[in-house]
Design a protein around this ligand. Structure first.
Ligand SMILES: [Zn+2]
Length: 360
């Protein structure tokens, strides 16, 4: 099978880094705004609003980029709205050929109208259940877990970590911190990470996106992160010689030796300026050096991407073939916050047969 958007959509894909408040359907944002009396949207036409989000993410201004989240978070303040957004997320990912996803959101951002943190989590989990069931009726099997995010500039991480542990058996598979990296090192939240480690819980940390190596080093060696959100700046610890050979510094070597998963989101990185272009994105080098690279969407609405479009763009840019896409997918499945036997079952029963059929 040739690689194109249509055939890649049929390929089983695994997504580890996707923000719930960054992946709404434009039409849903408009409907929820109308229901909730939110009047600040830049447009009430779905196509126009979609373009507005994309333009904001391209603007080169972080303030304008974050303005987009102001709108989506504003319409996600009731249990009904959260159920709907989560359900549509599961359905959209399933329709895109995603077979396993971990979707993250920050409960503390959804309490403006009085919802308790527990109620926020329960609504999102209910939405994933509904969406997964609806997708199954369409013949699309997907499993969706969720990661609870704490905002790195705020002071609720310990509380959110507790929430992640309490809901671990009913759909929450891990924890994350997100938000501006500069000035807010992950070590500010050490108590949360220590608690999670004591509880044998999993967590990832947004690190090395805009900010460099110190952020990655702290996330791994002080906080004990299982995975790195983005981690693109690890290339700053790799020197390429004139003959093309690569020399890894101690931190880069640690990341590769320990098979630390990198949740890479190429298009999103280009939009926020963390990479100049897709062609110059460090994913090309890191894949070549066999780091544990995974491919992700980050914010499907803001960047107008899907797992299919992201994989298609990478295949076009770097000449990847089916075996490369399978490699990214197996990497992601191996790195999931899911039991070993279940990961193995998805790799052997779903992913490998899926790619074998496409390559046959
Ligand atoms: Zn992210």
């Amino acid at each position: 099978m040739p690689l194109n958007a249509e055939t890649i959509r049929d390929a089983p894909k695994v997504l580890l880094h996707d923000h719930l408040d960054g992946g709404l359907r434009p039409a849903t944002v408009i409907e929820l705004a109308a229901e909730g009396g939110y009047g600040a949207l830049p447009s009430t036409d779905a196509a126009e609003l979609g373009h507005w989000f994309l333009a904001a993410s391209h603007s080169g201004s972080l303030v304008r980029y974050l303005e987009g989240f102001g709108h989506t978070v504003a319409v996600m303040q009731t249990a009904d709205a959260l159920v709907r957004v989560a359900s549509e997320c599961a359905q959209d990912l399933a329709a895109d050929g995603v077979v396993y996803a971990e979707v993250r959101f920050a409960p503390e951002l959804h309490v403006e109208q009085g919802l308790a943190l527990d109620a926020v989590v329960e609504a999102v989990l209910e939405g994933f259940r509904v969406g997964t069931a609806l997708a199954a009726e369409q013949g699309r099997r997907i499993r969706v877990g969720c990661l609870l995010t704490a905002m790195r500039h705020a002071a609720r991480s310990r509380e959110i970590a507790d929430l992640a542990v309490r809901y671990r058996d009913v759909g929450v598979c891990g924890f994350d911190i997100a938000g501006a990296e500069a000035g807010f090192p992950p070590t500010r939240h050490l108590d949360a990470f220590e608690y999670l480690r004591q509880q044998n819980a999993h967590f990832t940390i947004h690190a090395g996106e805009a900010f460099g190596l110190p952020s990655i080093w702290e996330a791994l060696q002080w906080c004990g992160a299982d995975r790195l959100g983005h981690g693109v700046r690890i290339v700053d610890d790799i020197t390429i010689g004139e003959d093309g050979s690569a020399k890894l510094g101690l931190l880069a070597a640690y990341v590769r030796d320990m098979r630390i998963p990198l949740e890479m989101c190429p298009t999103s990185n280009v939009h926020t300026g963390a990479a100049a272009s897709l062609a110059e994105h460090p994913i090309g080098l890191l894949r070549r050096l066999r780091f544990r690279v995974t491919v992700n969407t980050d914010n499907r609405l803001m960047s107008d991407v899907s797992m299919t479009s992201e994989m298609t763009a990478l295949a076009d840019t770097f000449g990847y073939d089916w075996s490369d896409l399978q490699w990214f997918t197996v990497n992601a499945m191996k790195s999931a916050f899911l039991g070993f036997d279940e990961r193995l079952a998805l790799i052997n029963d779903v992913i490998k047969p899926g790619y074998a059929a496409l390559q046959a």
